[in-house]
Design a binder for this molecule. Structure first.
Ligand code: OAD
Length: 236
């Protein structure tokens, strides 16, 4: 089965990779809903920590929680799946992940659907944004431009994805002939909708995941196993 997947990938004219937390799991970055490892949302209430309401209610708690996640990401290193994806300059990486492991692996063409923890932005939308050191994350502080709070440059529950980012992802999934879906439960929209869009546009879908997901029924090929083993095999 993975040989067939490798052949399909080698013959692809326009290859897009769509990734989720499972891509970074073997680097030690927790997933969100993983039944086997008790992901983040099994231990924390996302509406309290990853939402505008949660930040408005207790910005200090939210920033401290993200500081903990940022330090964990700083400790993580790209795994063979990140490196295999980054080594292919013909692949556009669309990722739901907010870690910087694909960048650190050297990936150039990247669409970050849910933003990045490697930066903060002004909560008021004045446009101020600055990169931060994941190993030494900032505490709660004010925007130097308008005085409102700075918050992680990620998309929270209830927030819309940046229009330009969504358009880039939609356009890529309409045009690709192979979509490699890696390490995602495909449970969160609108991101997960890109899978159906690629399928409807005629793409072949190859899913790599440790367990069946909401992408399984659309998959032309589903490879169940670890991304760090299967992604290099399929891209080889
Ligand atoms: P999930 O935690 O929902 O799903 C991770 C998937 O990866 C699961 O299906 C696991 O089976 C699989 N997995 C775990 N370890 C793996 C490994 N080593 N190799 C391959 N697969 C593995 O995470 P996402 O699908 O990324 O959104 O979640 C999507 C979004 O929901 C996230 O971007 C985040 C979350 O709320 C926002 O923060 C807006």
């Amino acid at each position: 089965m993975s040989k067939t997947a490798s052949r399909i990938v080698s013959e692809a004219r326009n290859l897009v990779a769509f990734s989720g937390a499972g891509l970074s799991a073997e680097s030690g970055v927790p997933t969100f809903r993983d039944a086997t490892t008790g992901g983040l949302w099994k231990r924390h209430d996302p509406t309290k920590l990853a939402s505008p309401q949660g930040f408005a209610r207790d910005p200090q708690l939210v920033v401290e929680w993200y500081a903990h996640r940022r330090r964990a990401i700083a400790q993580a290193v790209p795994n063979p799946a990140h490196r295999a994806l980054a080594a292919r300059d013909d692949i556009l990486n669309i990722t739901q992940n907010v870690d910087d492991l694909l960048e650190r692996a050297g990936a150039q063409a990247l669409v970050r659907l849910h933003g990045t923890l490697a930066a903060d932005r002004c909560d008021s939308g004045c446009g101020y944004r600055e990169s931060i050191d994941l190993a030494d994350p900032p505490s709660l502080r004010s925007c130097p431009r308008c005085g409102d709070h700075l918050r992680p440059d990620v998309v929270w529950f209830g927030e819309t994805l940046p229009a330009n980012v969504w358009e880039a992802a939609e356009s890529a999934c309409r045009r690709c002939d192979v979509l490699l879906i890696i390490g995602t439960s495909a449970a969160v929209h609108p991101a997960a909708g890109l899978i159906g869009l690629a399928k409807a546009s005629g793409a072949q879908l190859i899913v790599i995941n440790t367990q069946p997901s909401e992408a399984s029924e659309l998959a032309d090929i589903e490879l169940l196993g670890n991304a760090s083993a299967l992604v290099p095999e399929v891209l080889d």
